[in-house]
Design a protein around this ligand. Structure first.
Ligand code: FES
Length: 102
């Protein structure tokens, strides 16, 4: 699949996130000091939106029960989540943040 637009650069300032839908996937787009990352938005524990979590550096804390994920890889770093989330390739073209969901 090709890269598709999920946000504009100005919609996701550094340290912030945005939820984006691509086809049947719901993604969370993060800006870590000017670099954008995309992971699945749905926490594998009970389904909270990770885009609504607190981003610190490249780690996001789930807003419901505090599981921590690395937004650069989708890896889970602390319970109660027991699995990783998918991570997607991101590119910035002009003002557009684009993701390849494969
Ligand atoms: S829903 Fe994310 S830690 Fe429970």
């Amino acid at each position: 699949m090709a890269f598709v637009k999920v946000a504009t650069v100005s919609e996701v300032p550094p340290g912030k996130a945005k939820q984006a839908k691509v086809g049947n996937k719901i993604l969370a787009i993060f800006n870590v000091n000017g670099t954008f990352y995309a992971i699945d938005d749905t926490c594998p524990h009970r389904g909270a939106s990770l885009a609504e979590g607190e981003l610190e550096g490249h780690e996001v804390t789930c807003p419901w029960h505090g599981a921590v994920f690395d937004v650069t890889s989708g890896a889970h770093l602390s319970p109660p989540a027991r699995s990783d989330v998918a991570c997607y390739k991101v590119q910035v073209v002009g003002e557009e943040v684009q993701v390849d969901v494969g």
